[in-house]
Design a protein around this ligand. Structure first.
Ligand SMILES: [Zn+2]
Length: 376
């Protein structure tokens, strides 16, 4: 498989309420002057009720790839939010519990032949069941699966996505795929998938989300995680160069600009030694050895990550930290249920998004107000 894609599992903790999963793809990192190619793909760990997750996303294909500062106790004042129109009113966000049942009945939905993202859903985990597929046109959903009008549950899910996503980033979302995750099998509950075989893969994305067996908070966190990927991997973050001409960090979706959000985040929050340690673990080809190495890596550096999943990859670290910052915020009383290890773990990562020199935080600030009002 040459298309970027994949997912990981975000594990329940504390209350045991959450089994969220997240997705991402193919990245490359500059490590000590060399371009380290790696693939983050595939995943699916069984859900566990323990405070600390086990396992990690497992690479399934070979495609080119890449101190704590006290967290503020209250959100900084809103300032200009470049490019961000006002999000949907918080009061408009609502998910009926009927949308969150453990198992939805099958639908007649099918992915049309010729869909640029393909019809293979295996990367969403075994047992993933297509519920609906929508094209996104001008920010609204249009059924693409010959299965009737937009469902109310999906309309409400989309309202959360819209509320969470800056308009200039939402433009990169071509499709919304709603599926039922096989939670008992640890199936993914969210993924972003860059269009394969496109000259501008980073400009075209399918967002896949599962609502089944979730809470409002699960859904919000999952959406925020995937939005974190979209914020950091979209076309505006890329130079347009191919891998051979990329002078910096090459991802499956393209070559990151010098001052790209993700490049800056990695540069600011991953020291060379930690990145090198992680890269050594990531290079292991034996799945069990790699899982053990990642467990050991997280144990050693847990204070630098919001949770174990964040420690599995810099791209996931960005998305997971962003989701924590966006859906919950550093002052949320729910945070201890999400943060694994010490409650201050990952505080520097959350604070990074509050730094006014990082545009992504300004871009997303108004969004998070809407999300946090919804999950409060
Ligand atoms: Zn992810």
């Amino acid at each position: 498989m040459v298309a970027p894609g994949g997912q990981g599992l975000w594990q329940p903790r504390g209350s045991g309420l959450l089994v969220a999963v997240v997705g991402l793809s193919v990245v490359a990192l500059v490590v000590h002057g060399a371009i380290a190619l790696l693939l983050l793909h595939g995943t699916v760990r069984p859900p566990v009720a323990a405070d600390r997750p086990v396992g990690r996303p497992t690479p399934t294909a070979t495609t080119p790839k890449p101190t704590t500062t006290p967290a503020p106790t209250s959100p900084p004042p809103s300032t200009g939010t470049p490019g961000s129109a006002a999000p949907a009113a918080a009061g408009a966000l609502h998910l009926d519990h009927a949308c969150l049942v453990a198992d939805n009945p099958p639908t007649s939905a099918h992915i049309p032949s010729g869909d640029p993202f393909g019809s293979d859903l295996s990367h969403l985990g075994s047992g993933a069941e297509l519920q609906r597929l929508y094209d996104v046109h001008s920010g609204t959903l249009e059924p693409a699966d010959a299965a009737g009008p937009v469902r109310e549950c999906d309309r409400r899910l989309w309202a959360i996505v819209v509320a969470a996503t800056p308009v200039e980033v939402l433009e990169y979302v071509d499709e919304l795929l709603v599926f039922d995750a096989d939670v008992s099998a640890g199936t993914a509950v969210g993924e972003v998938f860059a269009q394969p075989n496109s000259t501008e893969a980073s400009a075209h994305w399918r967002l896949s989300l599962a609502l089944n067996n979730s809470t409002d908070l699960d859904v919000t966190f999952n959406v925020a995680h995937e939005v974190g990927h979209l914020l950091s991997l979209n076309r505006a973050e890329m130079t347009g160069q191919d891998e051979s001409s990329c002078q910096g960090i090459f991802m499956g979706e393209g070559c990151l600009k010098d001052r790209a959000t993700l490049a800056t985040y990695i540069d600011d929050t991953w020291g060379d030694d930690v990145l090198d340690e992680w890269s050594t673990a990531d290079d292991l080809t034996d799945d069990q050895q790699q899982a053990d190495a990642f467990d050991a890596f997280y144990e050693k550096h847990h204070d630098q990550f919001v949770d174990a999943y964040a420690a599995t990859h810099p791209v996931e670290d960005f998305a997971e930290s962003f989701a924590m910052w966006c859906a919950l915020g550093p002052s949320s009383p729910l945070l201890p249920d999400f943060i694994e290890g010490d409650p201050t773990d990952g505080a520097a990562k959350l604070a990074w998004f509050d730094d006014p020199s990082h545009a992504v935080g300004l871009q997303a600030r108004a969004r998070r107000e809407a999300l946090q009002a919804f999950t409060r």
